[in-house]
Design a protein around this ligand. Structure first.
Ligand code: KG4
Ligand code: ZN
Length: 326
């Protein structure tokens, strides 16, 4: 069966086609419009989705030599995300559903990220621990089956990707800054600089990144503006060491407590090589991550998640819910 996935929850407009579980097309338009503002501007995002979505869908059908009449299921992100941005994807999906009488399902964006790992590792077995680490979310879930998730811990303030982006802004990198920080930190082998990572003493596996961001801010404020270029790489490296150590420690502790051996690392920050290598050191061949293009927002993961629910006879009508977690 052919599934059409649609993703517009934040600043990527994406449409994808799956033939059963195999990706046959996955077009992702990353909105460069936001970089000059230093973060995502909701109104700009909605407008950019609106301008692009039908053109991208046409390009997808051209590229894959399929047509809308081949589609057996539409899967669209309906939560969580920016309200106006979600509305564009959901309205577009509902239009196709009504017009062509194609079955439809709403998909939770975080659940979509979890299934992104199965696009590249279709045989990954339940149960596993999923670290969803993106610009909007940082959370650990025990994934027991399609539709069965237990939240083990989440950030109490900033998401990890958000911390990367805010630190990037302090250092003069354009938004989003995750990749630029990673690249700058790779230009040196070592730094003596260290930053602390806050521990959340709630007995859970909750994360906190705002203290780390503030520590970087105070450190950068003490540097002479003319000297910033000489310090940038070491600040990036020290920040990244602290952020990744926190992600790895919490994941290890949660896996031990929940008795889980397999770990999936998903979301935009899962592109980060230092995080991937540190997780691999900890979990060996039991850590699974998607290729970088499938870590950041994309419609293929939304299509796969929708298709998994279809196989379980568990479709649900899209209902926009900007703030709903899994
Ligand atoms: O999953 P995603 O595309 O969007 C959300 O759902 O939030 O993640 C985007 C986030 C941004 O914060 C970006 O800076 C971060 O992922 N990111 C990275 C890297 N590539 C993207 N963070 C660290 N290292 C990277 N290589
Ligand atoms: Zn995302």
């Amino acid at each position: 069966m052919i599934t059409l996935g649609i993703e517009t929850s934040c600043d990527e407009t994406s449409v994808a086609l799956l033939d059963n579980e195999k990706v046959i097309g996955n077009i992702i338009y990353s909105q460069a419009e936001h970089s000059k503002y230093g973060g995502v501007v909701p109104e700009v995002a909605s407008r950019a989705h609106l301008e692009k979505i039908d053109r991208l869908a046409n390009a997808l059908f051209d590229q894959t030599k399929r047509s809308i009449s081949d589609v057996g299921l539409i899967a669209v992100t309906d939560s969580p995300g920016l309200a106006g941005a979600l509305l564009v994807g959901v309205s577009f999906a509902l239009g196709l559903h009504e017009n062509y009488k194609i079955p439809i399902t709403g998909v939770n964006h975080l659940e979509g990220h979890i299934f992104s790992v199965m696009l590249d590792h279709p045989n990954l077995e339940f149960p596993f621990l999923a670290l969803v680490v993106s610009g909007g979310h940082t959370a650990l879930y025990k994934v027991s089956d399609v539709g069965r998730y237990e939240l083990l811990g989440q950030t109490v303030d900033d998401a990890a990707g958000e911390a990367y982006d805010k630190v990037g802004k302090l250092l003069g990198f354009p938004y989003p800054a995750g990749r630029a920080i990673e690249e700058a930190s790779m230009t040196i082998d070592h730094t003596d600089l260290t930053f602390p990572v806050a521990k959340v003493s709630s007995g859970t596996f909750d994360f906190s990144f705002s203290g780390l961001k503030t520590a970087v801010k105070y450190h950068v404020a003490k540097i002479d503006r003319n000297e910033i270029d000489t310090h940038r790489a070491s600040v990036c490296k020290a920040f990244q060491e602290a952020a990744v150590a926190s992600l790895v420690n919490h994941t290890r502790n949660a896996a031990l407590a929940a008795g889980l051996t397999r770990v999936a690392l998903v979301g935009g920050v899962a592109c980060n090589k230092h995080l991937r290598n540190s997780m691999a050191k900890e979990f060996g061949d039991q850590v699974y991550f998607p290729q970088p293009r499938l870590c950041t927002d994309n419609a293929a993961m939304i299509a796969l998640c929708g298709y998994k629910h279809y196989l379980k006879n568990d479709l649900r009508f899209p209902k926009m819910n900007p703030s709903k977690g899994i």
